[in-house]
Design a protein. Structure first.
Lengths: 113, 113
């Protein structure tokens, strides 16, 4: 397995982990685009949103709940934050392991890229 | 209830609905920022990601599954798409009813706003 996020899960690559449970890991983006920029991933390898099945429904919901909890911990709940996932080439998906970005600590413009 | 998205759910305001099930509705954004720009909402009124509880986990997962299915229907699965939710002022949340944007049909830049 050559996936950089799987290596982060296995602690083969260091990362600044901010949240972890049995099925989910969250860590700081190494090229942050905002004062707070965290990635939330499932520990299991799922390439992207195109590759989810009905079996992943609860896991996907837990990722959204984790986003809310992380925003609270990072003190961006009241000021606001954007949650983004990129799927495929047009969206600029950089790592082929499903990940949700949480960005906060500044104002965000529209459209989102 | 003065929420515009609740009114769309109740068909008090017209919209171009592209997907519907018991708990979720998806319709085209009236100010599209990409060739495909759809909003997915829970039919129940939830203000935003800050207001979700553990009871919403499955619903939130279903919304992500709906995003995948809608991308397939709209023929943006293979070219790629971005899924975004804005929570609060800094993110520019425009309607206080939880909604996820699916955007596709063009390239997206980084950062996402």
């Amino acid at each position: 397995m050559d996936c950089i996020f799987c290596k982060i899960v296995k602690r083969e690559i260091p990362s600044q982990i901010v949240y972890e449970n049995e099925r989910i890991l969250a860590f700081r983006d190494i090229t942050p685009q905002a004062p707070v920029h965290i990635l939330i991933i499932p520990k299991a390898h799922i390439t992207g949103l195109n590759d989810i099945s009905r079996d992943h429904t609860e896991l996907l919901g837990e990722i959204q709940s984790a986003a809310k909890e992380i925003a609270e911990k990072e003190n961006i709940s009241s000021s606001g934050y954007r949650v983004v996932t990129n799927c495929g080439k047009n969206a600029g998906q950089a790592v082929d392991h499903l990940h949700y970005h949480i960005l906060g600590g500044r104002k965000f413009s529209w459209p989102p890229g």
